[in-house]
Design a protein around this ligand. Structure first.
Ligand SMILES: Nc1ncnc2c1ncn2[C@@H]1O[C@H](COP(=O)(O)OP(=O)(O)OP(=O)(O)O)[C@@H](O)[C@H]1O
Ligand SMILES: Nc1ccn([C@@H]2O[C@H](COP(=O)(O)O)[C@@H](O)[C@H]2O)c(=O)n1
Ligand SMILES: [Mg+2]
Length: 204
């Protein structure tokens, strides 16, 4: 009789092995700002779930109106839509190191991503900041986002506490969360981020 050993390769995307870091934190905690710094210093590719959804609206996709309405209400778009966008973006990029910013936002996002892609994050970078400070930043952002108004900001905070924090707790129980004090000025936050990414430094 033959013995069959089945090896299930994890974190494979087609024929490339990928490193994924989930970047989480409340609205306005500074995820996008710090991701730009990480891209520059550590050679990751930044994929913001929110940016991908906003690009999908602009592209005139059949899901555009649904996504726009969800974003205006601060609600989480169904996982299948967001995961497809993330998968497509990772496949068409030659890099093998990705920062996935603003995802997973709820338990449905988390479980579906794991089931569909079989990818688990190397770690979760969590930007911790008070609502008071995040509100100040969002109201001062001036990027013309339809959800940067006080009414939607309050809804986004509620969704963060009720749906996104449990995801962070899930990964914390697995010792995968690296928590950053995001209330400090941008350069100081990046000093703390740098210490975490040191093992991923680009060879010079
Ligand atoms: N540490 C900081 N101190 C002060 N302002 C900051 C800091 N980090 C980011 N900002 C500013 O706060 C605003 C929000 O930052 P950013 O867009 O990076 O947040 P985000 O977490 O990606 O938000 P969102 O979840 O809404 O996409 C921006 O105007 C940015 O310049
Ligand atoms: N996994 C996600 C991420 C985002 N959204 C929607 O986009 C909005 C903006 O996201 P940012 O990360 O850019 O702040 C967010 O409030 C959601 O409406 C989503 O549905 N699922
Ligand atoms: Mg952002």
């Amino acid at each position: 009789t033959a013995n069959i050993i089945l090896v299930v390769a994890e974190n494979m995307l087609g024929d490339k092995k990928v490193t994924v870091v989930f970047v989480l934190g409340g609205p306005g905690s500074g995820k996008g700002t710090q991701c730009s710094n990480i891209v520059e210093h550590f050679g990751f590719t930044h994929l913001s779930a929110g940016d991908l959804l906003r690009a999908e609206i602009k592209s005139g996709s059949e899901n555009g109106t649904m996504i726009e309405n969800m974003i205006k209400e601060g609600k989480i778009v169904p996982s299948e839509v967001t995961i497809k966008l993330l998968q497509q973006a990772m496949i068409k990029n030659e890099n093998d190191k990705f920062l996935i910013d603003g995802f997973p936002r709820n338990e449905e996002n988390r479980a579906a991503f794991e089931n569909v892609t079989k990818i688990s994050p190397a770690f979760v970078l969590f930007f911790n900041c008070s609502e008071e400070e995040m509100e100040r930043r969002l109201l001062g952002r001036n990027e013309g986002r339809v959800d940067d108004n006080i009414e939607t900001i309050r809804k986004r905070f509620k969704v963060f506490v009720e749906s996104s924090l449990p995801v962070i707790e899930y990964y914390d129980a697995k010792d995968k969360v690296k928590k950053i004090d995001a209330a400090k000025p941008i350069p100081e936050v990046f000093e703390d981020v740098k210490a975490i990414f040191a093992p991923y430094a680009k060879a010079t």
